[in-house]
Unconditional design. Sequence first.
Length: 458
Amino acid sequence: MSDWTTLLEVGGPLAALGGGAAYTRTRHPGGYWSTVGLPLSTARLLGSYGSVMEACGLTVQPSRLRALAAKATTRREVRPVPPRRGIIRPTSTGLRLRLRLAPGQEPADVAASAERLRHAWGVHAVYVRDIKPGVVELRLVGFDVLRKVRMPRRSGGGFLRVPVALREDATAFVRDYRAIPHQLTLGATLSGKSMYLRHLVAGLAPQPVALVGIDCKRGVELAPFAARLSALATDPEQAAELLPVLVKEMEDRYDLVKARQGIAPNTPDEEITSDIWGLPDSERPVPIVLFVDEVAELFLVATKKDEERRDEMVTHLIRLAQLGRAAGIYLEVCGQRFGAELGKGATMLRAQLTGRVCHRVNDEASAKMALGDIAPEAVMAACSIAPERPGLAVAGDTSGGWSRIRTPYLSLADAAQVCRASAHLVPAMPVLSRFRPYAPVQQVGTASPVVRPHPVTD
């Protein structure tokens, strides 16, 4: 009887401890990693580094001098040498360490063994990044960071740079308009596309840029941000009037740059420019970011009479995508469906959109249209996104690289409040004044009724 009593006294706390650890791992993976996962994975890495590298085929034969020295001092068999390991740096989501590759190795060799390293060291994922010739960085992620998104403190924001989502390697996905001027974003209903667009508007609102919107759903997506918008078109008819104005503004900016290029023989090299960013601050026009939501509505026609208007709008969009970057005009094209069957100009427009973000879509053709021409293996990743994980997407660009990202939750009320607080930053652009949306002024001390959206990411 005493043995049973002793067993219960010892087993009870252990069972409670194990149950608490399991609960923490499920509900609070970050806390579990910091207290339990980090020490265990570090011990596994330190204790098995050499054997794991050898099992993965990442070791090389030692140099002849080293082999002779080892035989002379230890008289033991000379074993293959793994890559030299740097200092292990723990993070809130995993571990980081650098490896100095041996002669004859390349980063692709380490990347090919990432799955084996993940299992050997007991982490959620392993990612390899090339630092410099001969040096790679291993980023070990301890848990699924996309399950509950928490953006890192240092996310790399700045002028025309918006940290909009979290990558699966726990780094921030930054929408950089200077590096990737135009982007295509696709997603079905409740896939998180609107949340992604909401983060972009809220991130650009405090910056000195002009925000222009085309929302053919009668403005339900972009109208809450009217206080910060310089122009808004809510149907194809208004879009047909707005797009030629933007094209004319683009041409005027090119004329400004061309006038600056009346280069005198004594003009310094730093004053010679081919885009607006080389102009002096006093002469540089404000950048324009054009948001196009439900782009398919601009392609669809109901009658023969609408075809001419459709062709004209698509032509203007293609011209802005081809020539807008140097004029400081950037496109963010969004939609639920995008395919060649939309009509003439669809594939030509897509070819000018460098960045691609594909949320969950209803058909494989849309995923192929977004990612098939830049990273065919990313198409299957986009098609496998579950409806239970809204906000999850596959992001890529025309360089061929891609990764999974997820957007954190941002309420419509909070995003609209950011736009209202930044309403004084709307630049003075007379050419867009007739398209400026009406934004009712909220009286101090009163609260207007706000429709709470369904939380699509948490």
